[in-house]
Structures are given as C-alpha cells and as structure tokens.
Design a protein around this ligand. Structure first.
Ligand SMILES: Cc1ncc(C[n+]2csc(CCOP(=O)(O)OP(=O)(O)O)c2C)c(N)n1
Length: 603
C-alpha cells in the first residue's frame, strides 16, 4: 500500500504472527487502525458493527498474547468477529462479508483455521471451549483455549451448564466475559445487575463464577490494550492453570460516535455514510411481516387482557418492542433463553393466560424439548409466532428457518399455520389468539409483505381449512406460506403453455385439510405441494395422507417441492429460493416436465 496509507501498521499484518512481532508499544496504534478499517469496511457492506467496534482492543490483545491458531479463540455468536477476520488473513475479503460468495457474517470452521468453532446462535462458546480443553488434555497437548462471550450471551442457560461443568473438571480454560451491558437491546435480568455491581465495586471475590469453581479476574478496561495484554499474559503464564473467568468491560459501538449514540449501539447496520453515520434507507415498500405481526398482536391484546408476549432477547427483531410500548406489563424479555421462554410461556398458559412466544424459527430449535415436553404433551395453549421462517438471506444457513414445519408438524396436539401474505398473517394472529384448545404455531418470513390490503381486525380462521385461490383443471398446486405468489406466477406461465392450474393456499400445515387434498387429487391429474421448509414438513404429511388413504391412484402425479437437503449459503433471499429450486419457473418446469413425459408416452 502507499506510504500515506490510512493503516500503515495494519497493512503489514497479514496474519497474527506478524502482529506478534511488533513491540507492545505499537498495539494501541494497531487497534486504532483496525477500528478505522472496520468502520470503513462496514460503511460499504453493512452488517454487524457495534459488537465488533467494542472488541477491537480485545481482538488485538488476544492474538498478540496467544499463539493463534494453535491456541483456540472462540467468539460466541461470532457477530463481533469482523476485527478478528481482518487480523487473520481475511482483510482482503472483508468487503465481501455477507455478500453472495463472500465471507460469512459469523465464524466458520471451513473459512479459516483461525475460526476453531462455527457459531451464529449464541452461548455455545464455553461448552465448545471446554470440549476443546478436555480434548487437548486427553491428547497430551498444551495449547490454550479461550472463549469470548458477551454479557447478553451469558444470559443463556447453556453458558451456565458449561461453567458448571468447567468448574468441576478443572481443565485449563479462559472464559473472557465481554461485558458491554448490552444484548441487541439493553441487557436484562438479575445476572446483569450482578455484573454491574462487580464493575462498580471492581470486585472479583465472592462472585457467582468463583463459587462455581472458576478463578475470577477483573474487571479490566477492555479499551486499554496494554492493560488487556498484561492481564492476559498473567493468565497465560499462570502455572496453576484451571478455569479462569476474565471480566472485561467494554462499550458497544466504541470509537464511532454515531454507533455509540444509537439506541442499539450500532448492533447491525446497513451501509452508511462515513462522516455522519447515516445509514442507507431501504426503499419504503409494503410493511414487513414483523410489523404486521406486531400491529395485529397489539389489536388482539387490546381486546383480550389475557394476551401476553414473550421474547428471548429479540424485542426489535420480533416487533415486541412495539407491543412492549403498548403493554409494558404484559411483555417479557427473558434474555437469550429460548428454552426458558417456552417453558415460562407454558407456565403462563397453565394459569389461563394467552402467551405468545415470539421466537425466530431458527432460535426455536434450541427449545425443542420444551416445546414437546412442557407444551405439547400437556396440551397447553402456547401460541408460537415464528418470525424469519424460510430462507433469510445474508445471515445464511445458521439463521435459516428451514425446519420448523418438520419439527412441529410431527407433534401431537399441535396446530401449525403459515401465512401466505401479510393479510393472512393478521387472520392467523387472530386465530391463534382465539384458539385455546392446545398449542398453535404460525410462521411468516423475513422482510416485506406483498402489499395486499390489510384487514382492520383479523378473522378467526376455521382450523385445518385451506382455500382455493384460483380454479383450474389439470394441475393442482397446493402452496403453504409465501410461495403462494410463486405458485400463482407459475400458473400464469403454465397457462401460456396451455396447462390449466388450480392454485390453493393450505393455510394449515397441521392438521392437513384432508377434504381439500382429496378434492384436489380427485379433480386433477397432478398435485404439486410447495413450502418454504425442509423435507419432512407439509408435503411429507400430505403424501403420507395420500398413501395411507389409498389415494395414490395410477396416473396421479404427485410432487413435493421443499428446500433441498443442503445448508444453503448466504445470498439474496430471492436468489436463495432460485438456488433452492422453489421459484415460479421451477414450479412451472416441474409441471411442464410431467406433461412432456405424458405427451412422449402417448406419442
Ligand atoms: C440462540 C440465539 N438467540 C438469539 C440470538 C440473536 N442475537 C444475536 S447477537 C445477540 C446479542 C448478544 O449480546 P452479547 O452477547 O452481549 O454481545 P454484544 O452484541 O453485546 O457484543 C442476540 C440476542 C442468537 N444469535 N442466538
């Protein structure tokens, strides 16, 4: 790079080994350059930002003191790992982050040897680190293992399961608690208070972590790179070993005033203007599903005081920030604790309340046994609102809501709905609010709706009944969820080829509308189901029904279109559906292929 480079020291660091050759006195400048590079890069790409800004000095200090990648540094969630990526050989590609074919927005084993463990869902780092520490001991090696976990991520039960185990095993492991007093929203909970007290009293004695068998060091100023290096060296060189918790106090968004000033401390941003921090605005289109969900739930809750809402640390992502403004006493942010959120909701339901557990499809995976054991078996009327169902774009495979249909439709007692558009979502919120017989779930995608007119209030839908949207003759396309638009487009394309299609919106994945399915196969020579979910979901249940009812007569063609059996890379969502083979053209191709086959058999 040129002599007048903005980042002369950073330019010479290709890998952490280069960093480790520098004098300690240069680390402050390295940190400043690294922060500058992060700000420039994210201004061009957007992405997770505030968390990365807060760990710049910590990133430099860790790679300086420890011999990565032999020493393992595990970033919890991985959304704060942009500075780590820049320092570990990925600077040249940092502007591809979250873009098609580019770097992942999180850590990933396949991306770099400096990412010893993949993440994106939170609070796994201590468990993974402990496994690596014990693995090291069993193999007779002597590398260090460091798990960096935020105070938000530390609100999850899994972190305590790991600390409990670490304290008992006594293996050498460093847990760096990056305490910035923020999750995505302000951190919540009693533990957060405990940490604040420790920060104020500068105490490391008699803490929860000490009692659980970890040596507790800190609090240390996480923006003082020299102090960090000193304390990390002491821990590294301590002959006693054992599990250590280092409490590091940082500020999310540190070093970029617009991020520091933002309510979410710049947690996730779109591209922005470097000088002002003003983010590029998406063109105002139809309201998002999240927004429509929030407005509908507020409308229902005005009419029914028993409606309460639970989020696991995602108030803004789920729209429950709006619900919380309208009904502060009826809104519960339980921290990053999906398992607890579900069983907490089950408790509320057991007392006759109407809890909506509003959890992204991907994060509900973590609470599966709670869904089965605490909700379904007891047939408790917990309402599950699953935002971000289907493919989600830049967050990639870790965040895709691909599996909820498969994992919920197999459960006795469950009703499972999928909204075909935002007006349907309004009805489904009303349906869930009214339904008191047992658990009920509704799924809807990330992003904007289709722009349909919205009803003032939702209608309560008849359970297990779909609707025919367009009548045709030869082929029936039975869509679940927001593939409906693609199904209608495919029907148009097929009409142009002389093939007449009925298009139906199943509305319910469970119970399957058996009457509708019977009618569709009776009156058509071909049935195509389509859904934004993995194999094992809606289509599998329809096929199961057809097989067991003896409805698979000779000459009837059935196709089940689902997501492919792969973890799909991050990409633009529309492109992801094309890659998945679920676009309108794919439906038309699947149908037309059958007609070509039929014609050639005839000819
Ligand atoms: C299981 C799970 N639930 C929710 C999320 C969404 N999420 C991503 S980052 C984050 C906040 C993390 O806070 P913290 O650990 O304090 O890190 P910070 O961003 O403040 O540095 C949340 C809730 C997630 N990644 N995983």
């Amino acid at each position: 790079m040129s002599d007048n480079s903005r980042t002369p020291l950073l330019d010479a660091i290709k890998l952490p080994a280069d960093l480790r050759r520098l004098e300690k006195s240069r680390l402050k400048q390295v940190s400043d350059e690294l922060r500058s590079e992060l700000i420039h890069a994210v201004s061009e790409t957007g992405g997770h930002f505030g968390a990365g800004l807060g760990v710049v000095e910590l990133t430099v200090a860790l790679h300086y003191v420890f011999k990565t990648p032999e020493d393992r540094v595990i970033w919890d969630v991985g959304h704060q790992a942009y500075p780590h990526k820049i320092l570990t050989g990925r600077r040249a590609r940092i502007r591809t982050i979250r873009k098609p074919g580019g770097l992942s927005g999180f850590t990933r084993r396949s991306e770099s040897p400096f990412d010893p463990f993949g993440a994106a869902h939170s609070s796994t780092s201590v468990s993974a680190g402990l496994g690596m520490a014990v693995g090291r001991d069993l193999l007779g090696k002597d590398n260090h293992v460091i798990a960096v976990i935020g105070d938000g991520a530390m609100s999850a039960g899994m972190a305590y399961e790991a600390i409990n185990n670490a304290g008992a095993l006594g293996s050498r492991l460093l847990v760096v608690l990056n305490d910035n007093d923020m999750s995505i929203a302000p951190a919540t909970g009693a533990l957060n208070k405990h940490l604040n007290e420790l920060t104020v009293t500068k105490s490391a004695e008699n803490t929860l972590f000490e009692k659980l068998g970890m040596r507790h060091v800190g609090p240390v100023d996480g923006h003082d790179v020299d102090a960090l290096v000193k304390v990390l060296e002491q821990i590294r060189d301590d002959p006693d070993g054992g599990p250590v918790l280092l409490h590091v106090v940082t500020r999310k968004g540190h070093g970029y005033p617009p991020a520091e000033a933002a309510a979410d401390k710049g947690h996730a941003v779109s591209k922005f203007d470097l000088a002002t921090g003003v983010q590029a605005k998406a063109k105002a289109g139809a309201p998002t599903y999240t927004r429509v969900f929030a407005d509908s739930l507020i409308a229902e809750a005005k009419a029914d005081p028993r409606i309460v809402a639970v989020t696991a640390a995602m108030p803004s992502g789920t729209g429950l920030d709006l619900f919380g403004k309208a009904f502060p006493e009826r809104t519960f942010d339980v921290g990053i604790a999906e398992q607890h959120a579900v069983t907490f909701a089950a408790g509320l339901a057991a007392e006759g309340l109407k809890p909506f557990a509003v959890i992204y499809s991907t994060f509900l995976q973590r609470a599966y046994d709670q869904v089965v054991h605490d909700v379904a078996i007891q047939n408790l009327p917990v309402r599950f609102a699953m935002d971000r169902a289907g493919l989600v774009g830049a967050d990639g495979a870790t965040h895709a809501g691909s599996f909820d249909l498969a994992y919920l439709c197999c459960l006795p007692n469950f009703v499972v709905m999928a909204a075909a558009n935002e007006a349907e979502l309004v009805h489904m919120v009303a349906t869930a609010a009214a339904y008191d017989k047992g658990p009920i779930a509704l799924r809807y995608p990330r992003g904007e709706g289709t722009g349909v007119a919205l009803p003032e209030r939702g209608e309560v839908l008849p359970i297990g009944k779909g609707r025919v949207v367009r009548e045709g003759k030869e082929v029936a396309i039975l869509s679940l969820g927001t593939r409906l638009a693609a199904a209608l487009e495919a029907a148009d394309q097929l009409r142009a080829q002389g093939i007449s299609c009925t298009v139906a919106d199943a509305r319910f994945a469970k119970p399957v509308d058996e009457e509708l399915v019977r009618r569709l196969v009776r009156n058509h020579g071909m049935l195509v189901t389509i859904e934004e979910g993995s194999v094992g979901g809606f289509g599998s249940h329809v096929l199961h029904f057809l097989a067991n009812e003896g409805l698979l007569r000779p000459g009837l063609e059935v196709r089940t279109m689902t997501l492919p059996d792969v973890f799909q890379e991050h990409d633009d969502p529309a492109r992801q559906y094309e890659t998945a083979g679920l676009a309108a053209a794919d439906i038309a191709r699947v149908v037309a292929a059958h007609f070509v086959k039929k014609a050639s058999a005839r000819g």
